[in-house]
Design a binder for this molecule. Structure first.
Ligand code: GDP
Ligand code: IMO
Ligand code: MG
Length: 427
């Protein structure tokens, strides 16, 4: 039995979806533990691309039971349409389950997300406008509705009536917008109940049982360390804990369930949305990384901000997640550069520091200290072993390992499931 966690070490979009898909063929369960359809996880199999927002990225592996865990926030409309798309491609979804404790993203959460961003104006977070923040806020103020509530539909209706009265007051009186109609919402959710009810489980119970039976379980993180509600660049973060610690509360397992904590790091940096980004490139270098890496949001289509690799950010992810292994992705994207700057520390008000300050004001004053590494200027997208890589590419890998103190178990050199150099066998 072993528990594996895959987490993002930067600002998201490191290639977690691809890595979860690669590992999924050897595990019995893949469990999402936080976030919602703000995530966009891309899986490419024989050139065919699938973007998953709520379904775990193990869904294309029929032998892995896929669970949307208790810590996830679920927009049923998005979930059902994602299921429909996969079914239309001939995929059976008998291996999908949803936790009874996962919270429901309601249409008013999506509305309030957009309205609040509008009011924040130039101080907006740059959210995905999927209702994530308002849904988690309701969870913690204890006025959320949960997937399991759909099973007792009279109870669900009673709770909805109560909560909707509050939400409609906010929507009409604070934002001067049209209220939601209770009867319409009830009918919409009655339809969702019929589709989702057969898949509802007590995830914590089932996962514990699977672990005791000696099964391999893979916990799939969405977002990343720098978007963590506690340790990210607050307030420019998401509303959950995308760290390994998030698995414990987001699934309902103890710390001993986590044997391998795998951090995914892109060979350079990207960020979507607002917030400080010290190594950001606002010149043609950023434009080139965006083009070569096809850096456009898998969820919103927004161009991703691009910059050099930041090892201070990576080291923070190593510390907070207790990473045992790294996976390096998109190394192929750097293949055309003569030299590659890597940030190893910052300068804050004339002083060198090797950590991330907590305030936005300080983070915006940071200047990156770079080490220049040599480029390799060769196509590496067909490499299958470390020996296939030019020496300069191997040096880049070893530099990351030395600085972070964590070994790289897999190097991804292309988007496809098979475009990998595997340096450690997990199973
Ligand atoms: P996630 O949110 O962490 O799952 O990452 P996304 O799917 O949002 O973004 C990663 C993008 O990079 C996707 O378009 C992937 O298909 C692509 N990708 C993943 N690994 C590699 C790689 O090693 N090389 C290249 N060129 N593309 C990759
Ligand atoms: P994956 O799982 C990149 C960003 C948004 C915004 C901030 C808050 O694909 O890596 P939210 O909608 O969560 O309230 O937005 O977080 N963000 C992501 N950026 N990848 C993601 O997910 C993200 N999920 C949220 O752009 O800056
Ligand atoms: Mg993504």
């Amino acid at each position: 039995m072993a528990g594996y966690v895959v987490v993002g070490t930067q600002w998201g979009d490191e290639g977690k979806g691809k890595i979860v898909d690669v590992l999924a063929k050897d595990v019995d369960m893949v469990v999402r533990f936080q976030g919602g359809n703000n995530a966009g996880h891309t899986v490419v199999v024989n050139g065919e691309k699938t973007i998953l927002h709520l379904l775990p990225s193990g869904i294309l592996s029929p032998n892995a039971l896929c669970v949307i865990g208790p810590g996830v926030v679920v927009d049923p409309a998005v979930l059902i349409s994602e299921m429909e798309v996969l079914k239309s491609h001939g995929l059976k979804l008998d291996h999908l389950r949803i936790s009874d404790r996962a919270h429901l993203i309601m249409p008013y959460h999506i509305k309030i997300d957009a309205l609040q961003e509008g009011r924040l104006a130039q101080n907006k977070i740059g959210t995905t406008k999927r209702g994530i923040g308002p849904c988690y806020a309701d969870k913690y103020t204890r006025i959320g509705l949960r997937v399991g509530d759909l099973k007792d539909f009279e109870y669900f209706k009673m709770r909805l009536k109560n909560v909707l009265a509050i939400k409609n007051e906010i929507i009409t009186k604070v934002y001067d917008e049209k209220p939601f109609d209770y009867d319409e919402l009830v009918e919409t959710f009655r339809t969702y109940k019929k589709i989702l009810e057969p898949m509802i489980i007590d995830a914590s119970y089932d996962i514990d049982k699977a672990l005791k039976e000696g099964k391999n379980i893979l916990f799939e993180g969405a977002q990343a360390n720098m978007l963590d509600i506690n340790y990210g660049s607050y307030p420019y973060v998401t509303s959950s804990s995308p760290t390994s610690a998030g698995v414990l509360t987001g699934v309902g397992v103890g710390p001993k369930a986590l044997d391998h904590v795998i951090g995914v790091v892109k060979a350079y940096s990207t960020r979507v949305g607002e917030g400080p980004f010290t190594t950001e490139l606002l010149d043609e270098n950023g434009e080139r990384l965006r083009t070569w890496g096809n850096e456009y949001g898998a969820t919103t289509g927004r161009p991703r901000r691009c910059g050099w690799l930041d090892l201070v950010v990576l080291k923070q992810a190593v510390r907070i997640n207790g990473l045992t292994d790294l996976v390096l992705t998109k190394l192929d994207v750097l293949s055309r550069l003569d030299e590659i700057p890597v940030c190893v520390s910052y300068c804050l008000d004339g002083k060198e520091i090797d950590y991330l300050p907590s305030t936005t004001a300080e983070c915006e004053r940071l200047e990156a200290n770079y080490v220049m590494l040599k480029g390799w200027k060769k196509d590496i997208s067909k490499a299958q072993s470390l020996n296939d890589l030019p020496k300069e590419a191997q040096d880049y890998i070893h530099f990351i390992e030395k600085e972070s103190g964590v070994k790289i178990a897999l190097i991804s050199v292309g988007p496809d499931r098979n475009d990998n150099i595997i340096t450690k066998n997990f199973f």
